[in-house]
Design a protein around this ligand. Structure first.
Ligand code: C2E
Ligand code: MG
Ligand code: MG
Length: 749
């Protein structure tokens, strides 16, 4: 609809403009001219009514301006073709000249609508271009007009009013194109309309000055301007023409710079040209133009410098912000881990200079996970922030509290003389963390803190080491019953050293192939057949004999070393089952233990895929044993397990029943098998037996088969049979055996 109106009008208008050449001169020509002009005015009116722009005033003013022009046309035609007068100035000039300011105000309002923010730079740029063209216009049009109209002052004034008004329009046209915003069809049409108007004015003025021929050729340019203006108002996009558009102030493009340079060179350029061709040099006009241009350029420089320094200030502020964010924890606003290490380093350096002690308190909250589970993460955040605030309030000025991540905090202590001082502060922190923490809706949470203290006597320790010492002390505080302070002492130092040694030895163990796998059969309770094996790692440690996993797996789990061990086991175990199958074994599956840390790491999926690929074992024959706590603590782990199941491998919950997860959650976990911990086989206790029964029933209710591990006695087998347990594993059936023995193993339950 909207498209039809403006297209129709534009086509009609252009046709009339074309036909105008063939209309007989005099009154017929006048009639067509005035009629087309009026149609333009009418088109703007219709455009306003149909398109309903939010800002109507600019368009109404433009319509009135055009109307004034058309009236001028009518009056002019009357005087020239009816009264046959060619007086100058004529009454028509009053209407013509009145139109310019009205149109200009309309355009100004339109531009202001597009660019509501103050844009001094843009204004100055437009003013510079306009002033440059103004000098040109003065030299080429206004001055010669003045020179030729010696007869009357009125003729002179009206004569130069036209070029001056056109310069005003040129300025607005420049302003229109230099503001950002959509170059919609309405925009282009309006631009064309104003440009045609200026072109018509200037060429007709120029020609009447520089040649004696009387021609109406320029009428068509003005007519085209009427048509373009009307079509612009009819186009539906005129609605957005006066809407604000986003734009930046700092656009100082090459094109803009070139235009500004050219404009400011017009004045001196004119002087040179006038001098070269021997024309009269208009010193005053060109001089005044130069002064104006010069001042504008200086003002523009000033604006640019202000903008640049404002941008620099902003950048510096952003950099400060970024640096702060990089060094601080966003939740508690405390220094974060990396910043904490720097603070510790700085304190140690000072300690080294002054010979004073530096203390590091490592606080780990007790019961924080329970708060998160019970009250949700928002409450967990409140707890962390409250504890952080309390700790800050409790330490002395100069002592720095930082958050390492999760529920771990450190405090760096400097000004103290004896270990007991530091212990005292730590005890105060334990007490303040234990106070109830109010949550929303009248509820409150309770956590505690276990704190480890490590002291560097003379600042010679390195920060990572001090942190590791304090961490070791926390570990003991936790083990000794939580809510207490432990000091890193010589016994712990020995422990830490052992751990370091063990880690180093494990790295070489993997490289030197010192790990071995033992296999424990998993037996079908009904048929008594070996349905599969669990692979259990051992370490043939030189000088130590065969070392069990409990002695090195926990240490390996402190770093990514555990992932390397698991990957090694995956490869060896899948290859072993493939080998057994090739030799005719009926065992279907191999179960491999995967540590929580490995499951949380994205490499787990690739490690499993690589092992399956290398061994050629179908994915369905590999079972991954994951301990129950992993499912509760880690969303990432759960996601990886889903990917692994998509791969085809089966997932088993290991040591089920020891991880405190509710049985009801079983349904949502990405698992295929439940492996119940051996602690529930203690059938001497009635409660264990009841729990065992409950867990097996629950697993069956969710369609999951059950393996019970740690079967050591025949009567346990009987119990499990009555409970319809699917499979069993334990010393009663077979100990974990080296590969060659396990391959030959036949069990009789
Ligand atoms: P788990 O996965 O629960 O493995 C079962 C553990 O119970 C094994 O101990 C096994 O020897 C033992 N066991 C089997 N039947 C009986 C029984 O009738 N009575 C008793 N008292 N114990 C029995 P092991 O081999 O010392 O492994 C201990 C733990 O070390 C494993 O517990 C597992 O969590 C971890 N582990 C073993 N191998 C690996 C491994 O390759 N990767 C990882 N990440 N962890 C492993
Ligand atoms: Mg296991
Ligand atoms: Mg187990």
């Amino acid at each position: 609809m909207g498209g039809l109106a403006w297209r129709g009008y534009a086509a009609f208008g252009l046709m009339v403009v074309g036909a105008y050449w063939f209309v007989p001169g005099g009154i017929p020509e006048d009639v067509v001219y005035v009629a087309l002009g009026l149609s333009g005015v009418l088109a703007i009116g219709v455009g306003i009514a149909r398109n309903r722009p939010i800002r109507r005033l600019p368009w109404i003013l433009m319509m009135l301006g055009q109307l004034s022009w058309v009236i001028g046309d009518g009056v002019d035609s009357w005087s020239s073709d009816v009264e046959h007068s060619d007086a100058f100035p004529a009454p028509a000039d009053a209407f013509y000249l009145a139109a310019y300011p009205v149109l200009a105000v309309g355009l100004i309002l339109l531009i202001r609508g597009r660019r509501p923010r103050r844009d001094v730079a843009g204004l100055l740029d437009s003013a510079t271009l306009t002033a440059g063209l103004g000098v040109l216009s003065w030299v080429l049009l206004a001055r010669p007009t003045l020179d030729t109209s010696e007869q009357s002052v009125a003729a002179a004034v009206v004569g130069i009013a036209y070029p001056v008004a056109d310069i005003l329009l040129v300025g607005l046209l420049i302003r229109l194109v230099t503001t950002s915003g959509g170059r919609t069809p309405a925009f282009r049409l309006l631009f064309a309309a104003v440009a045609l108007l200026i072109a018509g004015d200037s060429t007709s003025a120029g020609l009447s000055l520089w040649s004696s021929s009387q021609t109406n050729a320029f009428d068509t340019i003005w007519l085209a301007s009427y048509v373009a203006w009307g079509a612009a108002a009819l186009h539906p996009t005129m609605r957005e023409l006066s809407e604000p558009t986003p734009g930046d102030d700092l656009r100082f493009s090459r094109a803009r710079l070139a235009a500004l340079a050219a404009a400011s060179l017009i004045a001196p350029g004119t002087l040179i040209v006038q001098d070269l061709i021997g024309a009269r040099v208009d010193v005053w006009a060109v001089g005044a133009g130069s002064v104006v241009l010069f001042l504008l350029v200086v003002a523009r420089m000033n604006v640019a410098i202000t903008q640049i320094s404002a941008a620099n200030r902003e950048r510096a502020r952003l950099q400060d912000n970024l640096a702060y964010q990089a060094a601080h924890d966003s939740l508690t606003d405390l220094p974060n881990r990396s910043q904490a290490l720097e603070v510790i380093q700085a304190a140690l350096s000072r300690g080294q200079r002054t010979g004073r002690m530096v203390g590091l308190l490592f606080a780990d909250l007790d019961g924080f996970k329970a708060v998160n589970d019970t009250f949700g993460h928002a409450a967990g955040d409140v707890v962390l922030c409250t504890v952080a605030d309390r700790m800050k309030a409790e330490v002395r000025a100069g002592d720095i509290v930082a958050r390492l991540g999760g529920d771990e905090f450190v405090v760096v202590l400097e000004q103290f003389d004896a270990e007991t001082d530091a212990v005292q502060i730590a005890t105060r922190l334990v007490d303040c963390a234990a106070e109830p923490i109010p949550l929303t809706a009248g509820r409150s949470a309770r956590v505690g803190a276990s704190i480890g203290l490590a002291i560097s006597q003379d600042g010679s320790t390195d920060p990572e080491r001090l942190l590791a010492e304090a961490d070791t002390a926390v570990y003991r505080a936790k083990a000794a019953g939580r809510g207490r302070v432990e000091v890193f002492d010589s016994a712990l130092r020995r422990e830490l050293a052992d751990r370091g040694e063990l880690e180093a030895a494990l790295v070489t163990a993997i490289e030197n192939d010192e790990l071995v796998l033992h296999y424990q059969p998993i037996v079908d309770l009904e048929s008594g057949e070996v349905r599969g094996y669990e692979a259990l790692v051992r370490w043939n440690r030189p000088g130590h004999g065969l070392v069990g996993p409990n002695e090195f797996i926990p240490t390996a789990e402190a770093s990514s070393l555990i992932c390397d061990i698991d990957a090694w086991v995956l490869n060896a175990a899948t290859a072993q089952l493939a080998e057994w199958s090739a030799a005719g074994s009926t065992a279907r599956t191999i179960a491999v233990n995967i540590s929580g840390r490995h499951v949380s790491s994205p490499r787990v999926v690739e490690d499993v895929r690589a092992a399956l690929e290398a061994s050629g074992l179908p994915a369905g024959r590999l079972t991954l044993e994951i301990t129950e706590t992993v499912f509760i603590e880690d969303v990432l782990a759960t996601h990886h397990l889903q990917l692994l199941r998509e791969l085809g491998t089966r997932v088993s919950i290991d040591d089920f029943g020891t991880g405190y997860s509710s049985i009801a959650r079983l349904q949502q976990l990405p698992v295929d098998v439940i492996k119940i911990d051996r602690s529930f086989l203690d059938t001497s206790q009635e409660s264990s037996r009841a729990l065992l029964e409950l867990m097996i029933h629950a697993a069956h209710a969710f369609g999951l088969p059950v393996v019970v591990e740690g079967v050591e006695h025949a009567h346990q087998l009987d119990t499990l049979r009555t409970l319809n347990c699917e499979a069993v594993q334990g010393y009663y059936l077979s100990h974990p055996l080296p590969a060659d023995e396990a391959g030959r193993c036949v069990v009789t339950p």
